[in-house]
Design a protein around this ligand. Structure first.
Ligand SMILES: NC(=O)c1ccc[n+]([C@@H]2O[C@H](COP(=O)([O-])OP(=O)(O)OC[C@H]3O[C@@H](n4cnc5c(N)ncnc54)[C@H](O)[C@@H]3O)[C@@H](O)[C@H]2O)c1
Length: 340
């Protein structure tokens, strides 16, 4: 069982919640994050929420190989959870080179440092976006992959690269987790999603409208082939995602090589249904307008979460009401996000 876990992107949305989950379950945590999309204050909140701090936090770009090797030299790392990446689908269409550079370049730098330091356990953040314009609901890991935007392509490339490395290093164990749509916040309200600039994801945008920071939610398209015409997604509570990573660590040693799992609930929710659930959670109407489709978006993405349930005996525990309540609690307590 790993005891010291290196978390790349540990100050980000999913990373910070996972740090809390690991710290509260006795793991020691080392974070590497360049804070390109997060505040260093997130790690103070992690310490407050978990009741103890991470062992060390390095403000470092993952692609800085010298700095990354120094982190591995300074700590006996048992396993790595690799969150650090650029993640905005629309932006990836605009600046594809930056996406390949950060997401693929960051992953290859990490794999090289792991190999050099004999670290053989990795959990990788993949994404349901690798399934592309899927027409099938729900999706299993065996369904075809066909990314429709540069972001999704970077995630698939990282899965492929990691698979190639596994074939060369027989002792390496990798779990690539294809998250569907992580939302929500820690139930304490201390930790949540606080993106820099305009949120690219619907839930933090909704929360910022509800708290008065933005005037209305733009719903990108109501002419999709879905029951109400708006995009359908499989929202998963970020605490379930964090828990899933902790459980994944316990299963890295089950077998060597590369394994891929969906991380979702199996329930699809449209944007209008999410809007209604969030309005109920915050007790007010959320102004919104329907606009055109956003490039790279697809009609419906819903997980079949059966494989992970069979492999680990683990399923998600939180529903849409929990997700909206917790996201709203964080936003209400932190109307401007983290300080600084
Ligand atoms: N949030 C989602 O909807 C979602 C869905 C599927 C997959 N994912 C994946 O999960 C991971 C985490 O997502 P998140 O929502 O927490 O994003 P996030 O932007 O909140 O967190 C990513 C963190 O990585 C850091 N980072 C980025 N580039 C870096 C670099 N070169 N070196 C060091 N640190 C760097 C950022 O500062 C940030 O703290 C990402 O890999 C993302 O692609 C997210």
């Amino acid at each position: 069982m790993p005891t010291t876990v290196l978390v790349t992107g540990g100050a980000g949305f999913i990373g910070s919640h996972t740090c809390v989950e690991l710290l509260t379950h006795g793991y020691d945590v080392v974070v590497v994050d360049d804070h390109s999309n997060s505040s260093p204050h997130a790690l103070e909140r992690v310490a407050k929420t978990a009741g103890r701090p991470v062992t060390a936090a390095y403000e470092t770009d993952l692609r800085d190989r010298r700095a990354l090797n120094a982190v591995f030299d300074a700590h006996r790392v048992d396993a790595v959870i690799h969150f650090a990446a650029r993640k905005a689908v629309g932006e990836s269409v605009q600046i594809p080179v930056a996406y390949y550079d950060t997401n693929v370049g960051g992953t290859t730098a990490l794999l090289a440092a792991m190999e050099q330091h004999d670290v053989r356990r990795l959990v990788f953040s993949s994404s349901c976006s690798v399934y592309g314009d899927a027409t099938k609901v729900p999706l299993t890991e065996a369904d075809p992959v066909a990314p429709t935007n540069p972001y999704a392509t970077t995630k698939l490339l990282c899965e492929r690269i990691t698979g190639d490395v596994c074939r060369r290093l027989p002792g390496l164990s990798v779990l690539a987790l294809r998250y569907f749509n992580p939302v929500g916040a820690h139930p304490s309200g201390h930790l949540g999603e606080d993106p820099r600039g305009v949120p690219n994801n619907v839930m933090p945008y909704l929360a910022q409208v509800a708290v008065g920071r933005r005037d209305r939610l733009r719903v990108f398209g109501d002419d999709y082939p879905t029951p109400d015409g708006t995009g359908v997604r499989d929202y998963i509570h970020v605490m379930d995602v964090a828990e899933g990573h902790r459980v994944a660590l316990e299963h890295l040693d089950d077998e060597h090589g590369m394994r891929v799992f969906n991380l979702g609930t199996g329930t699809g929710t449209s944007v209008l249904e999410l809007l209604a659930a969030f309005s109920a959670a915050c007790g007010r109407e959320i102004p919104h307008e329907i606009t055109g489709r956003r490039p790279g978006d697809v009609p419906a993405l819903v997980a079949d979460p059966g494989a992970v349930a069979r492999a680990w005996g683990w399923t998600t525990r939180r529903d849409l009401t929990d997700m909206c309540r917790d996201a709203w609690r964080f936003q209400e307590l932190n109307p401007s996000g983290y300080p600084g």
